[in-house]
Design a protein around this ligand. Structure first.
Ligand SMILES: Cc1cc2nc3c(=O)[nH]c(=O)nc-3n(C[C@H](O)[C@H](O)[C@H](O)COP(=O)(O)O)c2cc1C
Length: 348
């Protein structure tokens, strides 16, 4: 792993080059600008989760493309230390998209240089976030509420960037709001290379069932690749959304938490195969590896703090998961975490 200024290795193999298995024709292909995303399986941006260590695990777990958590264009403009730490990438996770949010074309335009210098293969614009803080700043879903501003923001990124620009949108602001179709066509018109659609509208927030028919409508409406997102939980769901909607790629979000290997299982499903589920010792080994990587990238304290959340996901469905989660509150160091995992595995 690396910090922004210190690449871990000088490996400059082409993005996506280590995913050897060719894609089945039935599942289509995902090409974004000059990048072939193979398999066409994308880790979604997840604020608080898809930092460099977790993205790297998902890349190793078979993702064809990983996306950072959202990064404030204003924070980059003001050289905010925390924001700058979010743009760190490393060659081993490539291809990687850095997702930016903002409300003004100029500020977004100016953010591009830093993201490209940090190693972004793709720059993704957040046009779907409904979190009050982001909305209050006029960003995220507010760019869909004011379509012309949204298009201008995307156009500014396209103008500034030497890498492809993608946009992640929602299926409108409320039930029956079809503006996402017109907006997507206009985004394609200003040079956006692909669109990820979260198949819920803004009113539906996160818990309503996703409506994949929106994805099918978008595929019909634009001639750039569409990446379907929303409600993919099982490894077979990637193939399902691709087959049902004709989308070029499938994006896993919450389902990847505690399961960074879901992409390899989904890729196998695309080829008609089923991979065995991970046994508890493997899951715990991956969790410990995750903790070590977080400590390397940040600090041991931050790693332990973040692992409290991640362990709840890693332990989902395992025997005695509740007791394990409770005991996570007593963990203060990586050594404590190792001990806890060893005791858990011995006892189960
Ligand atoms: C904790 C959390 C953080 C998220 N952060 C972002 C983000 O930074 N940018 C973004 O575009 N979407 C974000 N999303 C939305 C997800 O990328 C995705 O669209 C949503 O979870 C729907 O997919 P799912 O049903 O497979 O979880 C976030 C969602 C969650 C649950």
């Amino acid at each position: 792993m690396t910090r922004e200024t210190e690449p871990l290795s000088s490996d400059s193999s082409p993005p996506g080059g280590d995913h050897a298995e060719p894609l089945s024709h039935a599942a289509g292909t995902l090409v974004i600008g000059s990048l072939r995303i193979d398999p066409p399986l994308v880790l979604a941006p997840l604020a608080g989760y898809t930092n460099l260590p977790f993205r790297l695990l998902c890349h190793l777990g078979g993702a064809g493309l990983v996306v950072s958590e959202m990064i404030s264009a204003k924070g980059l403009q003001y050289r905010n230390h925390k924001t700058r730490s979010l743009i760190a990438t490393c060659p081993q996770e490539r291809p990687v998209a850095l997702q930016v949010f903002g409300d003004t074309p100029d500020v977004l335009y100016n953010s591009v240089r830093q993201m490209e210098a940090a190693g972004a293969d793709i720059i993704d614009l957040n046009m779907g976030c409904c979190v009050p803080k982001v909305r209050a700043a006029g960003a995220g879903i507010e760019l869909m509420a004011d379509p012309q501003r949204g298009i201008d923001c995307a156009a500014a990124l396209v103008e500034a960037a030497g890498v492809p620009v993608t946009v992640k949108i929602r299926a409108g602001l409320y039930d029956g709001d079809m503006r996402y179709l017109d907006m997507a066509a206009e985004l394609a018109g200003v040079g956006v290379a692909a669109i990820a659609l979260h198949a819920r509208n803004a009113q539906q927030q996160m818990s309503a069932p996703a409506d994949w028919t929106c994805v099918a409508k978008l595929v019909e409406a634009v001639d750039i690749p569409v990446i379907g997102n929303g409600g993919l939980t099982a490894p077979t769901d990637a193939l399902a959304i691709i087959e049902q909607t004709g989308c070029a790629g499938a994006m896993y979000a919450r389902a990847a938490l505690g399961r960074p290997w879901i992409f390899r299982q989904a890729a196998a499903a695309i080829h008609g195969r089923t991979l065995p589920t991970q046994p508890p010792p493997h899951i715990m080994a991956i969790a410990l590896c995750h903790a070590q990587m977080l400590a390397l990238q940040y600090t041991e304290r931050i790693a332990v703090h973040q692992m409290r959340g991640h362990m709840a996901h890693y332990s989902k469905g395992l025997p005695h998961a509740l007791a394990l989660r409770r005991r996570m509150n007593t963990v203060h160091t990586l050594e404590d975490l190792k001990q806890l995992v060893c005791e858990y595995l011995r006892a189960s």
